[in-house]
Design a protein around this ligand. Structure first.
Ligand code: MRU
Length: 349
């Protein structure tokens, strides 16, 4: 399986996703500041991977802390939580993971654990978050496979694969699950302007797995759907509001609208840590604006005139009415999502 993120000699090592597919280079994070920078600069990206990385970063920060007393250790832990929370605003898994680490810390502190015990507890919780993410993806894959016909041409957008999770992937987990269940699958990977996660990362990881993949530019999806050459769409998510509205990589919404127009099922695959029941609908989801250079340049090649005004919202929100089903490790949720996801709320509490 792809090595998205792992411990190595008590440091965190991750594949540099900015350099793929041309170069397979690994970045070593020795401090929580290195981890924050890696998330912010997209060395590691994808909502579940960001959450796992933040949890591991908090464990790393605790391991590196020179504090001997609980009071100073607690203050430092709180600071590292605040630091990591500023890295990327849309992926709710980041905040989910930080909250989970805080809960674990609070439990230990309440039980009177020593600084060393708290360090060990944080490391164990981060490792659980990592391993649970892989398990969730596999379960999403198994559920999602049941929605894939014997032969399927599947469109996906961005990269919701092993690289975007601790391993296996969400949308690509569904594709992997379908292949493992014996379906004959051909994937169409939207290149995903401006950061090109589809052409650079999705095509790379699927081709490594020997899964047939064709890269298309984002503006080709409509005519290929009209030609009847796409059977279903599956994408990941950065945040799913209580009513099912889904934030995902910019360009997902137009794909969903096209799918509806052409009568093609549009599935969202995500772990339950991506479902944000505290956010009523998509209008309340914060959308990250990224550096203009992602739009004006590819690598060092300039694509727009100097000083050209640029917009770069990194995500869009697909209203729930365009979504056929949401595939989670808990099963497949169908509309009305406000009701079916509310049942999930009851199960979680
Ligand atoms: O900006 P990115 O590359 O972090 O955006 C990633 C996406 O939008 C993914 O589709 C989403 O996080 C789901 S990943 C399983």
């Amino acid at each position: 399986m792809l090595p998205t993120i792992a411990w190595h000699e008590d440091n965190i090592v991750m594949v540099d996703q900015r350099k793929l597919p041309a170069h397979e280079v690994y970045v070593t994070c020795k401090t929580v500041h290195d981890v924050a920078k890696a998330i912010k600069t997209m060395v590691i990206r994808g909502a579940p991977a960001i959450g796992v990385c933040a949890a591991m970063g908090l464990a790393l920060g605790a391991a590196r802390s020179k504090a001997t007393g609980t009071k100073q250790f607690t203050t430092e832990f709180q600071r590292t939580c605040d630091l990591l929370a500023t890295t990327r605003p849309t992926a709710v898994n980041l905040f989910w993971a930080i909250e989970r680490m805080k809960r674990s810390f609070a439990e230990g502190a309440l039980a009177g654990e020593s600084v060393d015990q708290l360090r060990a507890r944080l490391r164990a919780e981060a490792d659980r978050i990592h391993d649970e993410d892989v398990a969730s993806c596999r379960s999403i894959g198994a559920h999602g496979a049941t929605l894939v016909p014997a032969e399927a041409r599947i469109l996906t957008h961005c990269n919701a694969g092993a690289l975007a999770t601790a391993g296996y992937g969400t949308a690509l987990g569904v594709i992997r699950g379908a292949v493992e269940a014996g379906r004959k699958v051909h994937v169409l990977a939207d290149e995903t302007r401006p950061f090109l996660q589809g052409s650079r990362l999705t095509a790379w990881e699927l081709m490594r797995d020997g899964i047939e993949t064709t890269v298309i530019t984002d503006n080709m999806a409509g005519s290929i759907m009209l030609a009847g050459e796409i059977d279903l769409v599956v994408v990941g998510a950065d945040r799913i509001a209580a009513n099912g509205d889904t934030a995902n990589k910019i360009g997902t919404y137009p794909v969903a609208v096209l799918a509806k127009e052409h009568g093609i099922p549009f599935y969202v695959a995500a772990p339950w840590s991506t479902i944000d029941l505290a956010t009523a609908d998509g209008s309340a989801i914060p959308i990250e604006e990224r550096d203009r250079r992602e739009v004006t340049h590819v690598g060092n090649t300039q694509l727009a005139p100097d000083g050209a005004p640029v917009r770069n919202p990194s995500f869009d929100v697909t209203p729930h009415r365009f979504i056929t089903a949401i595939i989670t490790e808990r099963g497949i949720f169908r509309p009305p999502f406000a009701e079916t996801l509310a049942n999930l709320r009851e199960e979680r509490s």
